[in-house]
Design a protein around this ligand. Structure first.
Ligand code: HEC
Ligand code: HEC
Length: 471
């Protein structure tokens, strides 16, 4: 009896140990594996130089990083004054629209040049938002057609061989070279990535001096993109949709200077100033959603976000997190062309990674990945259209892929915004009869992939959108 009892006790004890060990195994299986989710990889940070944001803002809107252009008086004659002075600038800059700057060319002539806000500022409902990607600009025509007219106007007004002509010339020359290579298939799409490739091809790899004939082949295709907002950069370890911009961000950002830059001596000066421009960009906060939101829906939407989106996009509010993940093309399923072309364009990568830009101690590199960065979603309400190629008009259709239009047209009026579906008002079309119609059937412009909202109910999606308005 005693033996039997202790056997029973023993088997009970074993049973408990067995159950316990099974439980442990179960727990281990249900735990998230350490490291990023399957199909994603972590992007390593790099050291950045510290700068002064106020100095950077001043340089951004008044500075001479593009230092050739149309002589000031002639510019006003052709394009007229802009009396809104939205940036509250002083002197002759007060008469220019925010995306142009009056500055002294190296020979002292006052010229007007395009600044970064051409592509990195836009109005919504009458409010100019500096740092919002410009999604209405029209790059569908070859700008080089303008050059012969501009050349003639400069010569006629100031005389051939005049200082004004000399101050204008690097701009005209660049426009002629880039024009045919940077034509976008549809309005709202931006050819900046290709612009960098064309400008690099015309620059000596070491001293950056302009070369009349390109030094490397320029790819035929022009793959354009939507412009990301500036306020998300402060969280990111790598720049650009494909995570290609690595190392010193200030140096990467000054690529626009290649438009008219004389040589690497000037590049070193601009490079120093761009440390401050980066500080300014990192100081920009996402704009707040301007309308009321429903608190109950927001609370429910946050839980849906935490369960379905946070692993890739991070968390928002107090103690926010951002995982800095690159998502493979297989996993994300969005149009692969931008990432794969960045990834395979060895010519530009070789140029960049051996050029002046790659020189220490503030070296930058262009090393794109075969996938897309899962971006921070701060202020995402303002940055429609969505995805890297801007193929999806609003959040409602982003979160329900069955509703995404194949052909769609918006008015390009920046007050024509839908604050409920969050994005641009649009009409569905049956074919692309003008460059104002987004045509998702063109290679590079597909609207497939990112189906993470498809499994949710309509109510859940609606709550999720309410939450996305608030982050
Ligand atoms: C012709 C339009 C254009 C101009 C001018 C321009 N950019 Fe951009 N910028 C873009 C586009 C398009 C991208 C996105 C490219 C990509 O990710 O493939 C971009 C990306 C960036 C990014 C990276 C954002 C991120 O989250 O990865 C920064 C920062 C930036 N630009 C700063 C600048 C600065 C500073 C200037 C002026 C010196 C400038 N840009 C001029 C179009 C432009
Ligand atoms: C596996 C990672 C992953 C998950 C999960 C995920 N996303 Fe994304 N998301 C991405 C990537 C990568 C992109 C960029 C894709 C591109 O541009 O082609 C993106 C883009 C977006 C964009 C567009 C941003 C812009 O400005 O164009 C929004 C909005 C967004 N995601 C919201 C969500 C929401 C809401 C969820 C949850 C339902 C979610 N995502 C789940 C990886 C993810």
């Amino acid at each position: 009896m005693k033996v039997k009892f202790s056997l029973l006790l023993l088997s009970l004890l074993f049973g408990i140990i067995f159950i316990q060990s099974c439980k442990k195994d179960d727990d281990a299986e249900s735990e998230e594996p350490a490291g990023p989710p399957v199909g994603t990889s972590f992007m390593e940070p790099s050291v950045q130089r510290a700068g002064n944001s106020a100095v950077g803002y001043d340089y951004l809107i008044n500075g001479d990083y593009v230092d050739a252009g149309i002589p000031y008086d002639l510019y006003l004659t052709i394009f007229g004054e802009d009396n809104n002075n939205l940036l509250n600038r002083s002197g002759d800059n007060a008469l220019l629209s925010p995306d142009f700057t009056a500055l002294n060319a190296p020979n002292g002539v006052r010229v007007v040049a395009a600044n970064c806000l051409q592509c990195h500022a836009q109005k919504i409902n009458g409010e100019l938002i500096v740092g919002l990607g410009n999604s209405v600009a029209d790059f569908t025509t070859d700008q080089s057609a303008l050059v012969s007219t501009l050349d003639l106007a400069v010569q006629f007004t100031y005389g051939a061989g005049s200082p004004e002509e000399a101050a204008y010339q690097p701009f005209g020359r660049a426009l002629t070279a880039i024009g045919p290579h940077v034509v976008a298939p549809m309005r709202g799409l931006n050819p900046a990535a290709k612009l960098s490739v064309v400008l690099a091809a015309h620059r000596d790899i070491n001293d950056l001096i302009w070369q009349e004939s390109p030094l490397m082949p320029i790819p035929d295709e022009t793959i354009t993109s939507d412009v990301p907002p500036w306020w998300i950069l402060k969280k990111k370890n790598a720049m650009f949709y494909s995570g290609g911009g690595k190392g010193d961000f200030s140096r990467i950002m000054m690529a626009s200077s290649l438009l008219t830059l004389k040589d690497s001596t000037k590049a070193r000066i601009v490079d120093q100033k761009f440390v401050d421009v980066l500080a300014y960009i990192n100081s920009i906060e996402a704009p707040e959603y301007p309308e009321a939101t429903d608190t109950d829906k927001v609370v429910r939407g946050q839980v849906i976000f935490e369960n379905n989106c946070q692993a890739c996009h991070g968390s928002y509010g107090v103690d926010e997190t951002y995982p800095n993940l690159l998502v493979s093309l297989d996993k994300i399923g969005t149009d692969p062309l931008l990432a794969s072309s960045n990834y395979t364009d060895g010519g530009f990568q070789d140029w960049y990674n051996n050029s002046w830009f790659s020189v220490f101690p503030s070296a930058a590199s262009f090393t794109p990945e075969d996938g897309y960065v899962a971006p921070p979603l701060d202020g995402v309400w303002a940055s429609a259209p969505y995805l890297h190629n801007g193929s999806v008009p609003n959040l409602e259709t982003l979160l329900n892929s069955t509703l995404r239009p194949v052909y769609w047209e918006r008015s390009f009026n920046t007050s024509d915004y839908d604050f409920e579906k969050v994005g641009w008002n649009y009409e569905v079309r049956t074919e692309a009869t003008s460059t104002n119609i987004y045509d998702t059937s063109i290679p590079g412009y597909g609207n497939n992939g990112h189906n993470f909202g498809d499994g949710l109910s309509d109510d859940d999606r609606s709550d999720l959108i309410e939450y996305l308005k608030t982050i």
